[in-house]
Design a protein. Structure first.
Length: 223
C-alpha cells in the first residue's frame, strides 16, 4: 500500500502523545546548525511516556531515539505514512536539557566507547521484515543510544531490510549508515539489505511530510 495521504498533513503527535521540538521555527542564524539546541532534559519524555506502539501483525517497525524532538517528529510522519509499529529508545540516564552539558557527555562517551545503558525491554523482532532506524547525527555519526541498541540487539536484525532516517545540523549523514552496517556485521547479523537514507535538517523537521511519504514509498517498493 502506498504511503498514506494522511501523512502529508502536519503531524504533531505520536501514539497519541504531543511532540515538542525546541528548534522548530528558528532561523538558520538562530539555529546555528543545531549548536545550542536545548531539550526537555528527558529525551522527549518529560511530559509523557516513551513511545511503545506494538501490534501482533505489523511487518514494519520504527525504532528511534530523539533528544530534542526533531527525530521524533520525523518518526511521527513516518508512522502516519506507513502504519508501522513504533519503539522509542530511552536510556537509564537521560541527556541534559543543556546542550553544552550533553555535548561534554557525548564526547566522553565517544572517546571511551562507553555508551549509555538502555532502559527499555526490546520485544522479539522476528515478525518484522522492515526496520526503520531513526536518530540525530552527533559529531557526524550515529547518536550513542542508537549505537548501544545496535550493539546489544543487532543480531535480531538478521535478514531484515534496514531503512535509516536521521535529523542533522546541515552537514549531512556523516558515516552513520556505514556505522550501522559495520555494527550489524560485527554482531553477527547477516543478509541485510539497506535503503537509501532519509536525511532532514533538524530545524525543518516539521516541513518534511511529503519528503517522508516519498521516501516511505521507496522503502515499501524494496520490501
Amino acid at each position: 500500500m502506498k504511503a498514506s495521504q494522511e501523512s502529508q498533513k502536519k503531524v504533531t503527535q505520536l501514539a497519541g502523545q504531543p511532540i515538542k521540538a525546541f528548534q522548530l521555527g528558528r532561523s538558520a542564524r538562530e539555529w546555528q546548525h543545531g549548536y545550542g539546541t536545548p531539550s526537555d532534559g528527558a529525551d522527549t519524555n518529560q511530559q509523557h511516556q516513551p513511545t511503545w506502539q506494538l501490534t501482533p501483525t505489523a511487518k514494519q517497525l520504527i525504532i528511534y531515539f530523539s533528544r530534542s524532538g526533531s527525530t521524533e517528529l520525523v518518526a511521527s510522519q513516518l508512522a502516519a505514512a506507513t502504519q508501522a509499529d513504533v519503539l522509542e529508545l530511552v536510556v537509564k540516564r537521560p541527556y541534559s536539557g543543556n546542550y553544552l552539558e550533553t555535548l561534554r557527555r557525548a564526547n566522553t562517551e565517544r572517546e571511551t566507547e562507553d555508551y549509555p545503558e538502555l532502559a527499555l525491554r526490546v520485544p522479539d523482532l522476528a515478525q518484522y521484515t522492515t526496520i526503520y532506524l531513526g536518530y540525530p547525527i552527533w559529531a557526524m555519526t550515529l547518536s550513542h543510544p542508537m549505537t548501544e541498541f545496535l550493539t546489544t540487539y543487532g543480531r535480531q536484525l538478521t535478514g531484515k531490510l534496514i531503512a535509516p532516517f536521521m535529523t542533522e545540523g546541515g552537514y549531512g549523514q556523516g558515516d552513520s549508515v556505514e556505522r550501522i552496517q559495520a555494527i550489524l556485521r560485527g554482531q553477527g547479523a547477516r543478509n541485510n539489505r539497506y535503503t537509501r537514507p532519509l536525511v532532514i535538517d533538524g530545524n525543518r523537521a516539521d516541513q518534511g511530510t511529503q519528503q517522508v511519504a516519498t521516501w516511505a514509498n521507496h522503502v515499501e517498493a524494496m520490501a
